[in-house]
Design a protein. Structure first.
Length: 228
């Protein structure tokens, strides 16, 4: 209803999407109190979108198994209660200082010793190199192998680089390994390693592949100890 009214009043689609997202976050926050954390909450799939994975607690801001605003400040899971978390293409949707680093601190708190955080996101280094290499043509072709309907609506190919940076206003920051390692270290993670999607799928074959190493950064961060 709110979205419909905003469209009628000719707010631009980006504003409508922002308001929708923030209203969903508000509802997730208001309904969080008193909700019981399910037993399989030792494995969290955060920002799952429409990819529900069996055996995991699939969380997103709305329409998920356990709706959760990741920028809420305090997550509803007890200290040391989680073994593994997967978050693919979510961190670029959060502000660095007031949302992402506090979220990483919460993840550190809820992890058991040796808890493992698997992250992926667009890779700032790959995106910048791609612009210099060929204005992003190879990256855009790679996108179309996965999303055949993807279109730049006739714009020259470098506009794909804009899309990776901004995604219609949804993306706040891109990360390279150095920036992401710094953010994780701020939260207490001592062991951060670059991996590839195949490492994630070898550990958890139940995840549907994204086949996006060409544009993405994959990382594992461990609460304590070393990656093997
Ligand atoms: C690009 S999608 C990725 C979805 C899925 N992880 C995948 O790999 O296809 C980003 C997801 O992050 C979620 N997200 C963004 N901000 C969020 C927040 N504050 N709390 C919870 N989820 C959020 C969005 O709702 C969306 O489903």
């Amino acid at each position: 209803m709110l979205a419909w009214t905003m469209r009628k009043l000719r707010f631009d689609p980006r504003t409508v999407a922002y308001v929708r997202h923030d209203v969903a976050r508000l509802v997730a926050r208001l309904t969080l109190r008193g909700r019981l954390v399910p037993e399989h909450a030792r494995r969290l799939h955060l920002g799952c979108g429409n990819r529900r994975v069996d055996g995991w607690l699939n969380c997103d801001v709305s329409g998920s198994e356990f709706d959760l605003d990741l920028a809420v400040g305090r997550l509803p899971f007890p200290d040391g209660s989680v073994d593994v978390i997967v978050m693919q293409h979510v961190i670029e949707h959060l502000n660095l200082h007031d949302q992402l680093i506090p979220l990483f601190r919460e993840l550190y708190r809820i992890f058991a010793n040796d808890g493992r955080l698997w992250l992926s996101c667009p890779d700032l280094a790959k995106v910048c190199s791609a612009y210099l290499d060929d204005r992003g043509r190879a990256l855009e072709e790679d996108r179309r192998t996965r999303w055949p309907d993807y279109s730049l609506n006739g714009a020259p190919v470098q506009h794909f680089i804009n899309d990776l940076f901004h995604q219609n206003g949804e993306h706040r920051n891109l990360f390279d390994i150095e920036l992401l390692t710094w953010a994780l270290t701020q939260a207490g993670f001592s062991c951060v390693q670059r991996v590839i999607e195949a490492d994630l799928l070898a550990a958890y074959p139940e995840f549907p592949p994204r086949r996006d190493d060409f544009q993405s950064l994959y990382v594992i961060a461990i609460k304590a100890g070393k990656a093997q």
